[in-house]
Design a protein around this ligand. Sequence first.
Ligand code: PLP
Length: 385
Amino acid sequence: MTIKTNLSRRTFLTASTVAAGTGLAAFPSLAFAQSSAANANAPLYGPPPGVAKLNANENPYGPSPKAIAAMTEAISQGAYYVSSTAETLKAIIAERHGLTKDHIILSSGSSGVLTSLAMMAAQRGSILGSDLFWDTTSRMGTRNSTHGIKRLPKTDDLSVDLDAMYFAVDGSIALAQICNPNNPTGSIVSPQKLKTFCDKVSQQTMVLVDEAYNEVTDDPEANSMIPLIKAGKNVVVARTFSKIYGLAGMRVGYMIAAPETAESISAYGMGSYGLNQAGIAAAVASYNDTTFLAYSKSKIVEAREMIAEAVTANGLSALPSQTSFMFVNLGDINAEDFRKGMAKENVLIRGIYQDYLHWSRVSVGKIPDVERYIAAIPRVLDSIS
Ligand SMILES: Cc1ncc(COP(=O)(O)O)c(C=O)c1O
């Protein structure tokens, strides 16, 4: 029997129609195929043509050509479970930081291991965070626990108040979580202040620094808290291949921790059963792809500057960003109205976060997509004000 490996979209959709007829449409993946069938022009992966997808901080310049080549080879061996490549990935990450493979936990995106850590923390107490931070995994990890997230009060400039956080740590806090630079604000904490904070707080409880956007910052090495792990502090750091590496859909991330801490966190995860061959291959191939990383970063910075200039020209402002997105102050415009207005222009951005009604997050995408966002700003403002 000959199996067609290049299954066409049409064949796939026909197959899904058959599945619907046999009752298999109850399965979510097949239901998704059905909804794709409703829009014949929708691609199976990525945004439809003509849509500027600026809502998930992806890097549309990725994956790097080296990652694509590695994935192509890896999928031909997709019959086999992930094995030595995962060890290779741990080894190259460890080598860069002067650590051992035992310091590295790989997972399906950094979300995998961040959720494991939150589950572990929830056995003992609450997770302390600033009012606004990327809390998705902390919410997932604590959802079946009596412990939850404790948030600090708002700050006027939306910054992370490290002093307030230090004073809020007590026996009920199992984990102090900082996202640096922060999502959705894009702001960064000074490395010196953060080091002092980590030194002090880690004597009382574990500190997590989520460095998903570290590689995009002006000085990634200086901004990282990974050296504190080597110095024996009770600090763990999360990183991901979803952002600058342009591999969000391939689901690879990792956490760096002292070996005994890594072992404890891993007890809440899926180990290598949570990994996929192609993703790991892509991560290995692009980890040191400096050409691709430098190009991506230059485009991110270029887009960030364009957005900053455009929002100012439209009478708005944005927080300074060290990430691949910007947090825009819309004045008295409602962020959900703004999001809907942008969606009508085929520009996808984020709506309201918590009760920050007038703040809007836009990811930097490819330059033409950023240009579409910029061109749409005055029209959308006009339509809703
Ligand atoms: C700060 C931060 N941490 C972690 C993640 C999780 O990403 P992933 O699971 O793709 O690594 C995200 C995703 O947007 C993020 O913004």
